[in-house]
Structures are given as structure tokens and as C-alpha cells.
Design a protein around this ligand. Structure first.
Ligand code: MG
Length: 169
């Protein structure tokens, strides 16, 4: 069987503002593609939590950062990117590769030096694995910057991924 595209390289069980940089640095990561909805803020919120802003400010000392969102609203993604002063792609259509390849070119790094951080197996993790970059699955974020207790999408996707894994055997 080919590589399991549903398996993240790193699944620390944390939401984004709690992710330690040391692990990414030890893997040689120099640039990060960051998902937005569910990863930086809940999809019904407009303003980033202070813990997320702090995390990104610190992350910028070590990594180039680019937002890569499937959200079709340019207004929303632009407004969020302006809160942290980073570049962005909206309507990225992950897990298809077009927008991702473009974003990789913008970052101008070796694929081995790039990580994608997201909350979804079927978009972020598959997209990253298809391009051979380092994939990080974070817990969906809640309005307080902590792990969301109501967002069940990841849980459902992991259940489906497990079923697919069993069927393959
Ligand atoms: Mg997401």
C-alpha cells in the first residue's frame, strides 16, 4: 500500500498557541503554511485570540509564515492576515495541489523545510502529504484560544481514517 496520506507526521494533541517551536526547529523546519479556520480561530470568530497573536509573533522569529485557507472569503482571510501581518492564500481548495504549489514557491524553501499546520485530516494533512512537506495536526481551537470542546470534525475524520485503515488491511 502506498504511503498513508491520512497520517500526520506530528500530532501533539495541542491547539496552535500551545505548540512548542523546539520540535519544528529540530525537524529543520524554516517555513510554515498555517490553516486558518479551526487552527487559528473558530470559523465563526473574526478576531484572533491574544495567545494566537503572541504565538505567531514569536514564531516569526524562526519561521516564514503564510496563511493557507480554503475559506472563499477574501475579506475574512485578509482581515485575519492583517492582524498578524503575514501573507495569505484564500480559496486554496486543499487537498488539491494548485494553490499549495504556488504558496510553496512564494516561501522559496526546500519542501523538507516546510510544515503545514492544520486541524483537518482530509484537507490539511492530505494536502501536505501529497507534496511531501511536514504535516502537523493540531486540535481545533475554541474562542478562548484553548482546544475546542464542541468542534467534532476532527474526531469524525479520525474515525473515518481508522475505518479506511482497517479496510486497507
Ligand atoms: Mg481548518
Amino acid at each position: 500500500m502506498a504511503q498513508n496520506w491520512l497520517k500526520p507526521d506530528w500530532e501533539p494533541g495541542l491547539s496552535t498557541p500551545n505548540l512548542p517551536f523546539e520540535h519544528l526547529l529540530s525537524m529543520g523546519i524554516k517555513a510554515i503554511l498555517l490553516d486558518v479556520d479551526g487552527t487559528l480561530l473558530p470559523s465563526n470568530e473574526l478576531v484572533l485570540h491574544s495567545s494566537v497573536i503572541d504565538w505567531i509573533c514569536k514564531a516569526k522569529n524562526y519561521f516564514s509564515i503564510h496563511l493557507l485557507s480554503n475559506n472563499p472569503s477574501k475579506r475574512r482571510i485578509k482581515s485575519i492576515s492583517s492582524q498578524i501581518d503575514v501573507s495569505y492564500t484564500y480559496k486554496a481548495a486543499k487537498p488539491t495541489r494548485g494553490a499549495l504549489i504556488k504558496a510553496l514557491r512564494t516561501l522559496n524553501k526546500d519542501p523538507k523545510e516546510i510544515a503545514i499546520i492544520g486541524d483537518r485530516l482530509f484537507t490539511d494533512v492530505i494536502a501536505g502529504n501529497r507534496l511531501g512537506i511536514y504535516t502537523v495536526l493540531v486540535k481545533p481551537i475554541g474562542p478562548n484560544g484553548m482546544t475546542s470542546l464542541t468542534n467534532k470534525t476532527q474526531y469524525i475524520e479520525q474515525r473515518i481514517a481508522n475505518i479506511i485503515g482497517v479496510l486497507r488491511k
